[in-house]
Design a protein around this ligand. Structure first.
Ligand SMILES: N[C@@H](CCC(=O)N[C@@H](CS)C(=O)NCC(=O)O)C(=O)O
Length: 339
């Protein structure tokens, strides 16, 4: 019998991050290539219900934020979604539709995400990454711009939002949100990767110090504010949350000796649980899967997750009560609702 692998073009093994390490051992992330904006203008990707499919991965916070925002805004009918993971191959073949029957995305007919990148650009040289938005009519990746994707969903897709969708990107706060998102990107979102991917101790220490300085400043900001911009959740909160959700579950293994876990920051930890209570956050946060170690349970030394994963109830830990509503003038409401 033919296997799905031989039926389809198997991709070359996935690219690593070697080309993104500079001479001093610092990780410098590759630039996004598919950055055509969504919108109604000429040369923009048209806004059309049912035209696009968002591909994401449980462990990847860049893509997790798009999945959360899509659900918060009620775009489930307008933008379809699917998950990729890693199949069991000798080589790393990159993201694959491992959760689907026969390992094939039922809408796009692909086994590997790299096929959809190749449809868009057969000469694409970079890593094939999530999030990726696919135009279902062509099977091509049209946008992998993780920086702006949630803002497109919030702004350009507003005609397709559910009635009563939250306003995560209020016009009067946009400049401040954009500036804060840059700070989060440099120090926290990409900050963890800068530390985890650093190849020199100098680059590692630098990233580690920036990460903790940022967490300290956020901890202080959250002493007086329920969310980053006060009483209501904004785009910035989604960006911070997705990194926090991975910190004590699996980043810690690669971050080296931690100064503090997230549970050690009173405000940050309460804040993370406050967000986790919201179904769109919880439904797209696979804590138990993220914590699962891929190491086999053999050998004398086994990492913490390998030993205790099945004894730890991450969803239960994250559902513990908090008192964050006392920081809000509108404690019953977490969102600005669009009129
Ligand atoms: N698109 C960005 C960020 C997205 C990103 O790094 N996604 C990761 C998962 S968190 C990915 O898809 N990695 C696949 C790979 O490196 O093969 C980039 O190119 O650096």
């Amino acid at each position: 019998m033919e296997t799905t692998n031989s039926k389809l073009n198997s991709p070359a093994s996935a690219k690593g991050i070697e080309q993104e390490i500079d001479a001093k051992g610092y990780f410098i992330r590759q630039k996004n290539v598919f950055t055509t904006p969504f919108g109604e203008g000429k040369d923009q990707l048209p806004i059309e219900a049912g035209r696009y499919r968002l591909i994401w991965a449980k462990g990847c916070h860049w893509s997790n934020r798009a999945a959360i925002v899509r659900e918060l805004l009620g775009l489930e009918e307008a933008i379809s979604i699917n998950l990729v993971g890693h199949g069991k191959h000798e080589q790393n073949l990159g993201w694959e539709f491992v959760y689907d029957e026969n390992g094939i995305d039922p809408v796009l007919g692909a086994q590997f995400l790299s096929e959809l990148y190749a449809n868009a650009d057969p000469h694409y040289e970079g890593r094939t990454t999530v999030p990726a938005v696919i135009d279902i009519t062509t099977g091509k990746v049209v946008n992998n711009d993780y920086v702006w994707l949630t803002n497109y969903f919030e702004n350009e897709f507003s005609s397709l939002h559910k009635p009563g969708a939250p306003d995560l990107y209020p016009i009067h706060l946009r400049n401040e949100i954009n500036a804060y998102n840059d700070f989060l990107y440099e120090n926290v979102n990409d900050g963890v990767y800068k530390a985890m991917f650093a190849k020199s101790i100098e680059a590692y220490n630098d990233a580690f110090n920036h990460l903790y300085a940022a967490l300290d400043s956020i901890e202080e900001r959250l002493a007086a504010n329920r969310f980053l911009f006060g009483d209501y959740v904004t785009d910035s909160d989604v960006r911070l949350y997705v990194t926090l959700a991975r910190f004590d579950t699996y980043y810690f293994k690669y971050l080296g000796p931690l100064r503090n876990r997230i549970v050690d920051f009173k405000n940050l930890w309460g804040y993370a649980r406050d967000l986790y209570e919201v179904p769109a956050f919880k439904n797209n946060t696979y804590l138990q899967d993220m914590a699962k170690s891929h190491r086999s349970k053999s050998g004398v030394f086994m990492d913490y997750n390998s030993r205790f994963w099945d004894q730890l109830d991450y969803a239960g830990i994250w559902s513990a009560p908090h008192d964050r509503q006392t920081n809000s003038a509108d404690p019953e409401q977490k969102f600005i609702i669009k009129k």
